[in-house]
Write a protein of this length. Structure first.
Length: 385
């Protein structure tokens, strides 16, 4: 909103210096500063409010606690994802071109899953119902969001020329056309039959993956912040004709505005680490985890880089795969032998290392470093021909 006001003032009165607000890099920097300020200053007040309301984390005890004892974290304020949401959404609304389809779509996606995460946390910690929001309700929220995002990306006029296309590395034209079967039906556009289910899967998988990763102090926030920096580069390249041409990438007019959101997202996550780093003063809860997953998933779809997710967000991918492998193998061996066996000491993957005796702070830092490496590797792929 502030962006539109400042550009109107510049157009009508031409005050010196106001033309700088036309540059995405300037507004992205201001969004990052604003998000960091909200996270650090307003975040402290939110934590104190959560403490006064006695909205603390419930830690499993006894046999239900598993092989890792986190009982010392009981009572730590949760629902801290509100800090991230206020920071990233507030900054984007202030400095972003909210009228652009790219911007309002990412804002809606983040707020939508943030609302479902808030409902889950509220039921758990305020209503004292440890089961939280029923899993089917969360799944309905994820699928509904995926259908909405998929339909907008496919049928909105802005995306008419590229709605079946996405980036695919290591092939001749580095492009995948989701309309794989159209030529069998006289050129009829049937790409939506593949593309929209892919969008639903990615948004559902990412929101759940971040939720699984949010098991150690600072892990999910730090990994998401680093991934957001990678998304900042991808969004800026996609929206800049010079860089897109130099790298032979798909030019997406308007996608550059996503850099305002992604820099705000990175700054909000890093600011949140001030309070969420070991030992955590606040947990993000599902309010933060589900919304961050939706934000990362939707961003990659918007810049047409969703097929790079296993590398870009490798930690999220590995955490999810570890749970799938552990659950599948346990059920298979129990059915075959009567005794379930495990591949990992404990899943998700970060708990495997924790049970092995590694301190959680060391695990978190190493996962951050792995994420930094995979993000850099993702950007390097753009130059491989």
């Amino acid at each position: 909103m502030l962006y539109y006001l400042l550009t109107w003032l510049e157009r009508e009165f031409q005050p010196p210096g106001f033309q700088a607000f036309e540059f995405i890099t300037v507004r992205a920097s201001l969004a990052a500063i604003t998000a960091l300020f909200i996270s650090l200053i307003i975040g402290r007040r939110i934590i104190r409010w959560l403490e006064r309301q006695q909205i603390g984390e419930k830690i499993r005890e006894g046999e239900d606690a598993g092989a890792v004892d986190h009982s010392h974290k009981a009572g730590t304020p949760t629902m801290g994802g509100l800090i991230i949401l206020f920071a990233v959404l507030g900054s984007t609304i202030l400095w972003g071109a909210i009228g652009e389809v790219y911007v309002w779509l990412i804002v809606v996606a983040t707020a939508w899953m943030g609302a479902f995460g808030f409902a889950d946390d509220y039921i758990k910690v305020v209503k004292r119902d440890k089961s939280g929001l029923p899993a089917r309700i969360k799944l309905i929220g994820q699928v509904t969001l995926g259908l909405f995002v998929g339909c907008v990306l496919y049928f909105h006029p802005v995306f008419r020329e590229i709605h079946t296309l996405t980036y695919l590395p290591f092939v001749a034209d580095e492009t995948l056309d989701y309309n794989l079967f159209g030529h069998w039906f006289g050129g009829v556009d049937l790409g939506w039959l593949i593309y929209i289910p892919v969008v639903v899967f990615i948004i559902t998988a990412l929101s759940n993956a971040v939720n699984l990763t949010d098991g150690l102090d600072g892990l999910a926030a730090g990994v998401t912040g680093i991934v957001a920096l990678g998304l900042t580069a991808l969004a800026y390249i996609a929206g800049n004709a010079v860089f897109a041409g130099f790298l032979n990438e798909m030019m997406l007019p308007g996608a550059g505005e996503l850099t305002v959101f992604s820099t705000a997202l990175a700054a909000a996550c890093f600011g949140f680490l001030w309070y969420n780093g070991y030992p955590a003063q606040v947990f993000m809860g599902d309010t933060g985890a589900l919304s961050l997953g939706a934000a990362v998933g939707t961003m990659t779809l918007l810049v047409r880089k969703e097929l790079l997710l296993p590398l870009l967000a490798a930690v999220f991918f590995l955490e999810s795969v570890s749970v799938i492998i552990q659950t599948t193998w346990f059920r298979h061996t129990r059915r075959k032998t009567g005794t379930g066996r495990r591949v990992f000491r404990m899943a998700p993957l970060h708990h495997h290392f924790e049970v092995g005796g590694m301190h959680e702070a060391k695990i978190v830092v190493r996962f951050w470093l792995v994420t930094a490496f995979t993000v850099i590797a993702t950007l390097l792929i753009l130059r491989i021909r």
